[in-house]
Design a protein around this ligand. Sequence first.
Ligand SMILES: *Cc1c(COP(=O)(O)O)cnc(C)c1O
Length: 409
Amino acid sequence: MSFLLPVNAFNEELTRRIETLRSQNLYRQLLQIDSPQGRTVQIDGQPCLNFSSNDYLGLANDPALKKAAVEATEKFGAGSGSARLIAGSLTPHHVLEQKLATFKKTEAALAFSSGYAAALGTICALVNNNDVVAVDKLVHASIVDAVRLSGAKLRVFGHNDFDGLAKILAWADKRHKEPSETTAEREPRTLIVTESIFSMDGDRTPLRELVTLKDSFGAWLMVDEAHGTGVFGATGRGLAEEYAVADKIEIQMGTLGKALGSAGGYICGSHVLIDYLINRARSFVFSTAPVPAAAAAASAALDILQSERGITLRKTLWQRIDQFCEAQKKHQAMGMPLTTRGPILPVMIGDEAKAMEVAHRLRIQGIFVPAVRYPTVARGQARLRNTLSAAHSADDVTKLIDTLNKCLW
Ligand SMILES: *Cc1c(COP(=O)(O)O)cnc(C)c1O
């Protein structure tokens, strides 16, 4: 007598699904590293120059952040016990939120356990199936997932295509004026969500034009500064600072896990926005508070950002970025396309298998750059996502450029 255990059938089906991924060069595996994130990482016992991380200022392993995390753990414990509305809200979270609000010059801020949770909780709290949300084609998965979950009508405009966006806004206005079958308890709304610096392309949103457009339609604007915070703007507050439009943006979102070197997400905005989110953002209400260590480390990073050292770190990062961009111009004949000026400097490859092959060649040469593939980017748009950090030396960047040129044929 032979029979298939249900669990075997289950595993067999998943195995088939994984085989499909493999055949499409889309299978992914974790790469274990035995060191902190930093200028180099330890892979298989070998140090590799690290051009993969979003730790743009090199703070993830900074002594001041580690000290703050240790001290917060000593004083407030390893765990936070509960969601913040249930077991009381620990001081390190309040300190962090005060510092975030001061840094971003907003009335208030709210910390979430991740940027993903911040997007999910905030968008779902603000809109429902009576509303329209317009998003740039290249926004992060957390934003797309959030809009889908909210039930709002999702409309995607071409990357930075504000003519396309204007059409959506006009369509939404018309739709909002039609009598709806549901007895909505409030006016329907239009929310625009975009990123300041796009995570996989490294380019920027022309925020000033966007603000003008959204004001002309009375739409709400949410800007994800995950890759802008700490890097752009005269004092590192982000691209909204660079374009002097921060006070025109209803919802400023970001993560503590990139330039801020810790983990967690945040929303900055008005008192009433934060008060509302504390009541209605389900990823905040129904989730255990981040550990005290993470909040304290992020607070320490905010202190550094606003100090002389922060200015120096940003200056160093921008020197490395300019070095890479200058070299790239010279090497254009060798197949490296020009990219935008910022810490994310992708080299477009296209084919998934080829991107993996080039990344592998780089690794053998002691350079760690990830090959980014679908579904992180569109199919056939695989790329090497180089990221620079203030922790890199000028020689490190030279080595990256030389090795890239060698490995790109
Ligand atoms: C990383 C990222 C997020 C998610 O932030 P986490 O803190 O990592 O969850 C959201 N938006 C963008 C654009 C990101 O790059």
